[in-house]
Design a protein around this ligand. Structure first.
Ligand code: DC
Length: 204
């Protein structure tokens, strides 16, 4: 069975949590495409050429805990604006999306560029403050030395860059269902997303 769930949206809106829950519930494979750009960003911080790093990337080796760091997120957002970096990561993502057994991908351009033919498209968003608050608590709980104001500025800078770039900018596909998670708990947000996906599954 080929069935793709495309989940896009700004940083820390809850895409990852929703994507993992849908994949678990339906037995689909999940790909956090942000990790691909974070892995390239990390190599760039280490002094490598980002285009070469993207071409050499092993998509199976995305376990490094440093990929979660705020400086790596910013580097990811920078290298993600380079068309050759995006091109190098395209085939892997397209193949993953159409693999047999169903796939959930979350990122910025899944419903618009990677898989415009996705059977279910969601655009998950939330207010800047709600997103920064969640990301701040996540990072602080993991022992990172961060402030709420710094996290808010980081999230806004990343969204501005991700939205303004020419290459596959962050935007909702015309046929995406928008879910605003500002005032939703995790269970409510997952429930709303699952309802959309189940409805599309049933319509086939
Ligand atoms: O989802 P994330 O926060 O891990 O993504 C990190 C950065 O990678 C994000 O700021 C922009 C870039 N990215 C992208 O350009 N396209 C994607 N499909 C996923 C992430």
């Amino acid at each position: 069975m080929i069935f793709t769930v495309a989940i896009d949206g700004p940083a820390a809106a809850g895409k990852g949590t929703i994507a993992r829950a849908i994949a678990r519930e339906l037995g689909f494979a999940h790909l956090d495409t942000g990790l691909l750009y974070r892995a390239v960003g990390l190599r760039e911080l280490e002094g490598l050429d980002p285009v070469a790093a993207a071409r050499e990337l092993d998509p199976e080796g995305l376990e490094d805990p440093r990929l979660r760091q705020a400086d790596v997120a910013q580097a990811a957002s920078r290298v993600a604006a380079i068309p050759e970096v995006r091109a190098a990561l395209l085939d892997f993502q397209k193949g993953f999306a159409r693999r047999d057994g169903g796939a959930v991908l979350d990122g910025r351009d899944i419903g618009t560029v990677i898989c415009p033919e996705a059977e279910a498209k969601l655009f998950v968003t939330a207010s800047d403050e709600a997103r920064a608050g969640r990301r701040f608590r996540e990072l602080a709980a993991a022992g990172h030395d961060v402030s709420y104001e710094g996290t808010l500025a980081e999230v806004r800078a990343r969204d501005a860059r991700d939205s303004a770039r020419d290459a596959a900018p962050l935007r909702a596909a015309g046929d995406a269902v928008v879910i605003d998670t500002s005032d939703l708990g995790i269970e409510e947000a997952v429930g709303a997303a699952l309802a959309v996906v189940r409805e599309r599954l049933g319509a086939r």
